[in-house]
Design a protein around this ligand. Structure first.
Ligand code: NAP
Ligand code: GDD
Length: 377
């Protein structure tokens, strides 16, 4: 039985990756930060919280000695370092905290591996934010970096440290430069889930307009479950390397909102410019989206579009879910949550229909479990 250590199990990717590795027969040690109210809704949603091969331990990445002890205790073959302060906006408000967690945290894990067992394979969750003010379109492993936020700068430090430990100490360190990936398990701070949640509230609860910042920013959005599978593939390769995972399609935040409203059967028309731009219903003129400048960023990443040819050629990885499917999946999940009056992040409802309609995207165990649940009254 292979053993994996995952940091950041309470996050979107940590939950999906743990589920995937458990399905593959791994023993998984997964870490979360100590909290007076632990945030396990995602692993509960996936039905793995009490899995016999999942062990939950507390860890804060800013504490080197804890990282060493966790690596000793978990005795992993593979470490997936997903824990980070991940919200770009917040990184402008708390740059030092972000640097400590997102920049230095990975270095602590690398040091812990070097000290405890240099044969452990390491995955570093790098980010397309490192491309920032992009120097080429699309962005690949060879595109020069130009980060635009304390988050991006911190990720770049961690990326180069991973490369450096690979080259200096022969560590099997992989850096996955992942473009935005979303899902019904995405946090509400991020623009996609903020939109799909807002759309569902408008549809079912006559909710307020969705307030957004820069509608013109372009992102390359994929489905998170496919991206965590790519992480696993990187650590199964014969040599450690750096890979981009992306869909190679870029759309604006405005487009994502349009598709999400459409998924809920609501047409949207865009009127006005800049801060006065609004999304309105062509049927009754109702305001659906408005701009709130508080969501603008001090420095913006205008355009991300990734080229994942290398991952396709060397790992056999490619994304399957289209942006339309992703929007529909997320909107349906939010509609289902609200319909079941389970509206808080701590207690989302299971979106059974979505999971069953995407059998190729969920692990075999999860799919079977969902089918059984579907048969229940
Ligand atoms: P997420 O949902 O925000 O989850 C982040 C996780 O990191 C949470 O479990 C969080 O725990 C944990 N964490 C925060 N501070 C920590 C600390 N000091 N010590 C240990 N753990 C800590 O992020 P995600 O979307 O799953 O992303 C996973 C990783 O991929 C992150 O490193 C992110 O930067 C990177 N990434 C994500 C994307 C994307 O589009 N999703 C793209 C590129 C790269 P709490 O619950 O306690 O806060
Ligand atoms: N969050 C948010 N909220 N973003 C908004 C809003 C809003 O109300 N309105 C417009 N946006 C724009 C942002 O300015 C940005 O250009 C874009 O929507 C996407 O923002 P986020 O969803 O917050 O994601 P991100 O691209 O900044 O960062 C995500 O992807 C990175 C990989 O490219 C995060 O998951 C990072 O952790 C990840 O590394």
């Amino acid at each position: 039985m292979k053993r994996a250590l995952i940091t950041g199990i309470t996050g979107q990717d940590g939950a999906y990756l743990a589920s995937l590795l458990l399905d593959k027969g791994y023993h998984v040690t997964a870490t979360h930060r100590r909290s007076s109210a632990p945030n396990f809704w995602r692993i509960e949603h996936l039905g793995i919280r009490n899995h016999p091969n999942l062990k939950l331990l507390e860890l804060d990445l800013i504490d080197l000695s804890s990282c060493i002890r966790i690596v000793q205790a978990a005795e992993p073959d593979e470490v997936y370092n997903l824990g980070a302060q991940t919200f770009v906006t917040y990184s402008f408000e708390q740059p030092l905290t972000t640097a400590q967690i997102t920049g230095l945290g990975p270095m602590h894990m690398l040091e812990a591996i070097r000290l405890v067992n240099g044969r452990i394979r390491y995955y570093q969750a790098s980010s397309a934010e490192m491309f920032g003010k992009v120097q080429a379109v699309p962005q690949s492993e060879t595109t020069p970096f130009y980060p635009r936020s304390p988050y991006g700068v911190s990720k770049l430090f961690a990326h180069w440290m991973t490369v450096n430990y690979r080259e200096s100490f022969g560590l099997f360190g992989c850096s996955g430069i992942l473009f935005n990936h979303e899902s019904p398990l995405r946090g509400l701070d991020f623009v996609t889930r903020k939109i799909t949640d807002g759309v569902a509230r408008i549809k079912l609860q006559n909710g307020p307009p969705v307030e957004l910042g820069n509608l013109g920013a372009k992102r390359d959005w994929g489905f998170a479950l496919e991206y965590v599978e790519g992480m696993w593939r990187m650590l199964q390769a014969s040599e450690p390397d750096t890979y981009v995972l992306a869909t190679n399609r870029t759309e604006t935040v405005r487009d994502f909102a349009t598709l999400s409203f459409e998924a809920a059967g609501i047409a949207v028309e865009w009127v006005g410019k800049d801060e006065n731009e609004r999304g309105i219903s062509p049927v009754d003129g109702r305001e659906l989206v408005r701009i709130n400048p508080r969501y603008y960023r001090p420095a913006e990443v205008d355009l991300l579009k990734g080229d994942s040819t290398k991952a396709r050629m060397k790992l056999g990885w490619k994304p399957k879910t289209t942006l339309e499917e992703l929007c529909t999946m997320m909107v349906r999940a939010d509609l289902a949550r609200i319909e079941r009056s389970l509206v808080t992040e701590k207690e989302p409802a299971r979106d059974l229909e979505t999971l069953v309609s995407t059998p190729h995207l969920v692990g075999a165990g999860e799919h079977e479990r969902v089918r059984v649940l579907m048969r229940q009254p």
